[in-house]
Write a protein that binds this ligand. Structure first.
Ligand code: FAD
Length: 317
């Protein structure tokens, strides 16, 4: 079922989650454990991140560094099959511009269609390694181009003209940034980009994490003023360790509210930080629900224990 349909169909609040495939060589049991731990809380869909190859420099015994290009966490599509057929939950694989040619993306979409996957999140991707494409290959630079490619396939238009090509049927989600994307000169520019993604065929957006709901409310307001009418689903992260107050802004270009940072700095250890993070996320969630939000989206990686504790407190269906 399409995510958009799920959102419209549900009358009461519900959750969705994002997981990350284990690192290369990691245990699939990690994914089973994470998903199974969340089953009582009925996540309606599960996003699975995708990771382009990156350059890794490895020091050899002779002190010389060797360059290797490697994907650290492959397996997004395999996990889609697990989530769909083992747990009967809608999987939403992330598809990226960076690191993939349009030809590879077309093949990936065919693969997903054969797997029965009907939802994708179209993203530019982290800029880790720009694989130089062969002269006969093409690339998407921005998410809007990826959305256009998927929308074209939904209308039966593949990269090469194919007579009677069967259309795909993907519901396309995209990313949104309440605190603006770090490369955007300002929020208006970024909102116009979101509008372009909507106009190209995106059915909904999921936000980057934010820790101050006012960013989300203001963003929603400005989005509606810009002519963006698609659902904008808030993404929430539970802060679980002191190190997060430095690593989250660095990695995701977000800000943390002063009272949260002060409380974390005053905590005696990470056990106490987890309690602070849980309390913060609880109040964020309660307030968002009171504001009329139906779908709360949680960034869990594969560490679900904090979310379980939050769900026990939130008491959603
Ligand atoms: P875009 O919408 O293409 O925007 C990127 C920037 O370019 C914006 O600043 C935009 O305003 C600007 N821009 C757009 N068009 C133009 C133009 N024509 N000229 C100049 N500037 C332009 N990354 C991963 O690698 N893997 C994942 O699985 C993943 N999952 C994510 C999930 C969510 C919910 C979110 C919010 C992010 C995720 N990311 C992931 C991170 C994402 O790939 C990065 O934030 C990336 O830098 C931007 O992606 P985007 O799709 O928003 O890009």
């Amino acid at each position: 079922m399409h995510v958009l349909e799920l959102i419209h169909r549900e009358n009461s609040p519900f959750i969705s989650v994002e997981i990350i495939p284990p690192k290369r060589g990691g245990r699939i049991q990690q994914v089973y454990d994470a998903v199974e731990s969340l089953l009582p809380y009925r996540p309606r869909y599960i996003n699975i991140t995708s990771h382009a190859a990156e350059v890794i420099w490895q020091e050899q015994a002779d002190g010389v560094f060797r360059r290797r290009v490697k994907r650290r966490s492959p397996g997004t599509f395999g996990l889609c099959a697990v989530i769909k057929y083992k747990y009967h939950i809608e999987p939403v694989p992330h598809l990226l511009c960076h690191g993939f040619t349009r030809e590879e993306t077309e093949d990936a979409l065919i693969e997903l269609r054969y797997l029965g996957v009907e939802n994708v999140l179209a993203l530019q991707g982290e800029e880790k390694y720009a694989k130089p494409p062969r002269p006969d290959r093409t690339v998407n630079h921005y998410a809007v181009e990826l959305v256009e490619q998927i929308s074209a396939m939904n209308q039966g238009r593949y990269l090469d003209e194919i007579t009677d090509a069967e259309p795909t049927n993907f519901c396309i989600g995209v990313a949104a940034y309440p605190e603006k994307h770090y490369q955007s000169p300002n929020l208006s520019f970024d909102l116009l980009n979101l509008k372009r993604k909507q106009d190209a065929g995106a059915s909904y957006a999921i936000t980057q994490m934010f820790f101050d709901n006012r960013f989300y409310y203001e963003f929603l307001h400005r989005a509606r003023e810009t002519g963006i009418h698609i659902p904008i689903i808030p993404g929430i992260k539970i802060l679980t360790k002191r190190e997060h107050i430095y690593s989250l802004p660095r990695a995701f270009h977000i800000t943390l509210p002063e009272p949260l940072v002060s409380a974390v700095m005053a905590a005696k250890d990470d056990k106490e930080v987890l309690e602070i993070g849980l309390e913060w996320a609880y109040h964020q969630a309660v307030e968002l629900l009171a504001h009329g939000v139906k779908n709360l989206h949680f960034y869990t990686m594969l560490y679900t224990r904090p979310l379980i504790r939050l769900m026990e407190k939130l008491k959603l269906d």
